[in-house]
Design a protein around this ligand. Structure first.
Ligand SMILES: [Mn+2]
Length: 258
């Protein structure tokens, strides 16, 4: 069994190259005919304003996902801070199973904790307050009841707000609070976490655990995988990936799971 992990693709109409790379990746997963699962750990989209949103670029993305799940590749989705409004209609259309923040994935001899990661960025109190609001059911129901145009305008406004907020903040404030990650892992008796969100791809060995940070899709295409007890993360430039597919990815991180 091969398990693939991606996050922070930030797909939108602004990046047709990333959409092309993603569609190509799903086609290659199917061609390989291996027993495969794909985990999308949040911020798959740059923004999501409700499952009733339709656009040609996204129909292409949804069709690729649906073809993937219909081919027998199990597809799992976890909300990020950009696409927390993804709901059951989208999940049904693409054939994905929703997994919740901080889900424990059992493997042969161990387990890994899967999450987007924004919940660990505790030093950013302004963001945590925002997160509390937008993750509440009441706020989400209210937003989803607005007409589509109003939701589009709101999404644009939230993106600008988050950009100007980010510009004023120090680098460290926008990273995870390591002790919060450690506390989660201890509580769950787990030694490895895989998360995205920070756009700082790395494998950190901290105390007695591993913190595997997924890469965001922008200049590079990133793909992490677990096979047996080995975690690897590979990358390629977008052009290189479009030319050579999965074979064009070069190993950036490799670690034996604890
Ligand atoms: Mn994020």
């Amino acid at each position: 069994m091969i398990r693939y992990f991606i996050s922070d693709l930030h797909l939108s109409d602004k990046r047709p190259d990333l959409i092309r790379a993603f569609v190509q990746m799903t086609e290659e997963f199917i061609q390989r005919q291996e027993e495969t699962e794909l985990y999308i750990l949040g911020d798959f989209y740059e923004a999501w304003i409700g499952d009733d949103f339709q656009a040609d670029w996204n129909t292409q993305v949804e069709n690729a996902l649906a073809t993937l799940s219909q081919s027998g590749i199990a597809l799992y989705f976890l909300h990020g801070n950009r696409d927390f409004l993804i709901g059951s209609a989208w999940l049904d259309r693409v054939g994905a199973t929703l997994i919740h923040e901080q889900t424990l994935l059992p493997l042969n001899n161990t387990s890994v904790l899967l999450t987007h990661g924004d919940e660990y960025c505790l030093e950013d109190t302004e963001y945590q307050a925002f997160r509390k609001t937008v993750r509440s059911t009441a706020w989400q129901e209210q937003i989803l009841s607005l007409p589509l145009e109003q939701r589009l305008a709101l999404a644009a406004q939230l993106r600008n707000d988050s950009k100007s907020m980010a510009a004023e903040k120090s680098i460290s404030i926008m990273d995870v609070t390591e002790s919060a990650v450690g506390d989660s892992l201890n509580l769950l008796h787990c030694k490895t976490v895989i998360h995205g969100h920070t756009h700082r791809p790395e494998v950190h060995k901290v105390h007695d655990y591993l913190r595997c940070v997924l890469g965001d899709w922008d200049e590079f295409i990133w793909l992490a995988r677990i096979e047996g007890d080995i975690y690897t993360q590979r990358k390629a430039s977008v052009t290189e990936f479009i030319q050579n597919g999965l074979n064009g990815l070069k190993e950036a991180h490799r670690e034996r799971l604890l």
